[in-house]
Design a protein around this ligand. Structure first.
Ligand code: CDP
Length: 210
């Protein structure tokens, strides 16, 4: 094994990056940070309290990430809005870098992990899937949670969030030039995990476990 294993995963909403991140973290025994939760926590608090998002970002604590309301679609839209503010991104940088550069190594997933947060990560994955496949997944998730929604609405909201995340000036969503591209449109979670694992093992990293 060559130095700590730091895995940077980026990609759009419902591409499967969160599930993949959790599975890779469990496999390699690494801590995992879903960085979307940071932006969700800031967006959610900004809407509730009216306080400036940059100030909320500067005082964010790990305990703030446990709020179950952060998982809602409304929190995702609020996150996408505050995440375009450069001061918000700057104020969340240290939290993410501290997590990434722990001696154990780490797994982080988000939109700018391989490009801005950890440009020197030894493993970078860019997980994508067609808009239709992603909207379909999110629609099923929402229905399973009992949400009352229709597929065209989920698709329209996802297209809007994609556009905002890719077109913003501050750290737009894009693949790092050295990222391994994983298109999961026709892959289930097991297939995506197997493909990512083969890539990581090909770089000489192995799980320390049995
Ligand atoms: O799970 P899902 O992909 O739907 O959302 P998320 O990863 O929780 O991210 C919510 C929003 O936060 C995204 O639409 C981005 O605007 C923003 N975000 C970001 O700008 N940078 C990150 N590293 C992570 C999320």
């Amino acid at each position: 094994m060559r130095g700590p294993l730091l895995i940077a995963i980026d990609g759009p909403a419902a591409s499967g990056k969160g599930t993949l991140g959790r599975r890779l973290a469990a496999h390699f025994g690494l801590p995992h940070l879903d960085t979307g939760l940071l932006y969700r926590a800031v967006g959610w608090a900004a809407e509730r309290t009216g306080r400036p998002p940059a100030e909320l970002a500067a005082t964010l604590r790990a305990a703030d990430l446990a709020n179950p309301e952060l998982r809602t679609d409304a929190a995702g839209q609020a996150a996408s809005r505050v995440s375009a503010i450069p001061e918000v991104r700057a104020n969340l940088l240290k939290f993410q870098k501290d997590f990434a550069y722990q001696p154990s190594g780490a797994v982080l997933d988000g939109r700018d992990i391989g490009t801005v947060i950890c440009p020197d990560a030894p493993v970078k994955l860019y997980v994508s899937a067609s808009l239709e496949a992603r909207a379909d997944r999110r629609y099923r998730e929402l229905r399973a949670q009992g949400a009352d929604t229709i597929k065209p609405r989920v698709l329209a909201e996802m297209a809007e969030r994609d556009r905002r995340d890719s077109e913003r000036a501050a750290a737009p969503l894009k693949a790092a030039p050295d990222a391994y591209l994983l298109d999961t449109s026709d892959m289930d979670a097991d297939a995506a995990f197997a493909a990512a694992l083969a890539f990581i093992e090909g770089k000489g990293f192995r799980s320390a476990g049995p």
